[in-house]
Design a protein around this ligand. Structure first.
Ligand code: AMP
Ligand code: MG
Length: 393
């Protein structure tokens, strides 16, 4: 059985970046990965801009200034100021070329068309220089960046209307199990509601993926094989849940083998998610996740997420990890590496109740997974632990 680190490396080693790119309108660009640098076509700000409501001055020797006009945001009157003259100005307005400082209105005594300042004024105060944030032809955003809301704001401020992005992978989720019933139906004895499909679909959507198919299949060799063959043929990534263990009715392994999926690994020395399968067929990556919902979701974040990120050309493929102190002792069961559902609080990280693979409840509360390496019997309060931050939490 391989260890977590080896498994993670193998996943990335065997995933390939899509070469397909597309033009996306900025309004739809959220969560796409840039396939090309975005170059700014303008200076930002495009002109010397007032950072305050106040007065733009052509600094003179006296403390009293004559106010000769007004510039508000959007105006394009480039008023001529001689030394000792001022204009009323507002935040965002273009500072006249002949003004060399802006003084905030709170620091000024107004008397008709005259203002008086009691302190000495420095030049170049409260003026945002042209191109202070970015200059024309500079790289605004680098290839490999995953576009988030703030990026869209920044690109919009530069007048960008479209970006070149990598195509997002198409993903099929195949849930297996005779016992599974779609919510909305009445449960007969022995049945449970199918939840992995809904959960993984939602988590994928949260991450910005759009091409998602969900299919349910019974524990039957022929239908498992047929569905797997079809989904592998038509998708970049296939995520199977359940049926990968060694039970008499776990047909996934056998079916994958039969349709010539190359096994990269099967079984990882970890908890949850020991019976994790990863394989390849052509350009398609195939994951066999455990059926237990919490185990499936852990494996998703730790193995599937990095592959999806890499396949769409993202520079950052792993979830962010930090070292953080434990808020209490924790006894580790077994010698496998563990991923524990946890919550980061002010004073450190707390391991949540309900770590069973079958129980997904704690995942709702969790904002992190604490990673405990192999052969750690006990973790002490205050001990620093590697903690993986869950996205969108
Ligand atoms: P398996 O890996 O198929 O042996 O399933 C392990 C456990 O997870 C069993 O208790 C299954 O009933 C449960 N399970 C499998 N698939 C799902 C699913 N899609 N939704 C909810 N529970 C599931
Ligand atoms: Mg099953």
């Amino acid at each position: 059985m391989i260890d977590v680190k080896t498994a993670q490396e193998l996943v990335l080693l065997h995933s390939s970046i899509t070469v397909k790119t597309l033009e996306v309108g900025l309004n739809n660009a959220l969560d796409y990965v840039l396939a090309k640098d975005v170059i700014s076509k303008i200076d930002m700000p495009p002109f010397r801009q007032s950072a305050m409501d106040g007065y733009a001055l052509n600094v003179g020797n006296d403390t009293t200034y004559n106010v000769i006009g007004e510039v508000k945001a959007g105006d394009n009157n480039n008023l001529q100021l001689s030394a000792g003259e001022a204009v009323r100005i507002f935040t965002g307005a273009p500072v006249p070329d002949t003004a060399n400082t802006v003084i905030m209105q709170e620091k000024v005594f107004v008397d008709g068309n005259q203002i008086t300042i009691d302190a000495k004024v420095n030049t170049n105060i409260n003026i945002r220089p042209k191109g202070e944030q970015i200059q024309v032809n500079d790289i605004a955003l680098a290839k490999g960046t995953t576009i988030k809301g703030a990026h869209i704001g920044f690109l919009a401020s530069l007048g960008v209307t479209t970006i070149t992005a990598y195509e997002k992978p198409s993903i099929a989720i195949v849930v297996t199990g005779n016992e599974l019933v779609a919510p909305g139906n009445v449960l007969s004895f022995g049945e449970i509601y199918e939840s992995n499909g809904a959960m993984l679909t939602a988590v994928l959507k949260e991450l910005g993926y759009i091409k998602i198919l969900m299919v349910a299949v019974k524990d039957d060799y022929d239908s498992t094989k047929k569905i797997l063959k079809e989904t592998i043929e038509h998708h970049d990534v296939v995520i199977v849940t359940g049926g990968v263990s060694v039970g008499d009715y776990d047909f996934v392994g056998k079916a994958l083998n039969e349709i010539a999926v190359e096994e990269v690994f099967y079984k990882v020395k970890q908890k949850p998610g020991k019976p994790l399968f990863f394989g390849k067929k052509g350009q398609t990556s195939i994951f066999g996740l455990p059926g237990n919902p919490a185990a499936a979701l852990s494996c998703f974040y730790i193995y599937v997420y990095p592959l999806l990120k890499k396949s769409e050309g993202a520079t950052t493929t792993q979830l962010q990890r930090i070292l953080i102190p434990m808020v209490s002792d924790y006894i580790v069961k077994g010698d496998r590496a563990q991923f524990l559902k946890a919550k980061i609080q002010k004073d450190g990280v707390k391991i949540l109740e309900g770590q069973s693979s079958a129980m997904v409840r704690a995942f709702g509360e969790a904002n992190a997974l604490v990673f405990i390496p192999e052969n750690n019997a006990q973790i002490k309060k205050g001990q620093m632990v590697k903690t993986i931050l869950l996205p969108n939490k």
